[in-house]
Write a protein that binds this ligand. Structure first.
Ligand code: ASP
Length: 334
């Protein structure tokens, strides 16, 4: 039997009603008591790392999760992390960069309804997560509503129904049918994982709205090493409002800019329109292509903790990690 470690961080799955709404209250041991069939799948140990609504999760917590896995890596065949759904896709993306090429399963799951409720998705999600963690599913993934989604490709796309997550611009890795993993894609891995604990958290994300000017962008550049601009369609910024000058001025002071899109599917293509073309060719802006925003944010935090050299940042950014983007042709930098 495989040895699987359950790491609890809180979320709805472990929540109970309080006078002021649902809040995490159940321990990992209590979660397992609701799902006795798991003891037939594998041997389990528990770590109660956090007890947070995932709205409160920060990059420091991602580092705690990575440290927890790293310290116990040799003792287990796989890991299940229970986590709130609200920022689960961010954590999955972050872990994908912080634990690379991992041959063992690192499975994140959670639920839309607490495990103690009569109608709940908690028990099935937790049981499915354990059967995946005890199976042949290398690397970081999310198991939710019978789907297995690559850690770099997940997005919360429904706020209430059980089918909370979608795989963006990439197929699902598999499904769980009658409790068994049916795997369509096997992630590449190595014999040993590479752990990275450092992050540069000075990365901001700005969602463009019609009529915005450069003031907000200036503010973000002042306080951050990189700014992701979530623009419209295949990508571009308004010609009015001083955006181009702003990006150029902050580039000269070493800031990194990444353009992505507010459109959920199919990604950016900055070269198509005049409003995007200059950014890439004259201003050295990087583009996210088919990556999720969650992955772009986590990837920049990971890269900027390693290097601040713009050419190396660009090279690392465009090098796929855990299938976070389809490989692009070499980029011309300004
Ligand atoms: N607010 C909760 C959380 O993210 C929602 C959930 O877990 O579904 O912790």
């Amino acid at each position: 039997m495989k040895n699987i470690l359950l790491i609890g961080t809180g979320g709805t799955i472990a929540s109970q009603p309080t006078d002021s709404g649902l809040a995490p209250g159940l321990t990992t041991e209590q979660l397992l008591r609701y799902t006795p069939s798991i003891t037939r799948l594998c041997r389990t140990d528990c770590v109660q790392l956090l007890a947070l609504d995932s709205t409160n999760i920060t990059p420091a917590h991602w580092q705690m999760i990575v440290r927890c896995i790293r310290e116990r890596y040799g003792n287990y065949d796989g890991f299940v992390i229970t986590h709130g759904t609200d920022t689960l896709a961010y954590t999955a993306a972050a872990l994908s960069y912080m634990i690379q090429d991992c041959p063992k399963p690192i499975v994140l799951t959670g639920a839309q309804k607490p495990i103690g409720f009569d109608s709940t998705d908690s028990k099935i999600n937790l049981t499915d997560a354990f059967s995946c963690a005890a199976g042949d599913l290398p690397g970081v993934s999310i198991v939710f509503d019978h789907k297995v989604i690559l850690g770099t490709r997940a997005k919360k796309t429904r706020s209430k129904s059980f089918s909370a997550f979608s795989s963006i611009n990439y197929p699902e890795l598999g499904v769980i049918r009658d409790g068994s993993l049916v795997r369509f894609i096997r992630q590449r891995c190595a014999d040993e994982p590479r752990f990275y604990e450092d992050l540069d958290t000075r990365v901001a994300l700005l969602k463009l709205v019609p009529g915005m000017d450069r003031e907000t962008l200036d503010f973000l550049y002042q306080r951050n090493d990189a700014v992701i601009i979530e623009s419209f369609g295949v990508g571009g910024v308004p010609e009015a409002g001083g955006f181009y000058d702003c990006i150029r001025q902050w580039k000269e002071r070493g800031r990194i800019t990444v353009l992505t899109t507010q459109v959920e599917n199919e990604g950016s293509d900055l070269g198509v329109y005049h409003v995007g073309h200059r950014l890439k060719n004259d201003l050295g802006v990087l583009e996210a292509y088919d990556m999720t925003c969650e992955a772009v944010l986590a990837k920049l935090m990971w890269i900027l903790a390693i290097t601040r050299d713009p050419a190396e940042v660009a090279e690392r950014f465009y090098t796929p990690v855990a299938m976070d983007m389809f490989p692009q042709l070499p980029q011309k930098q300004a």
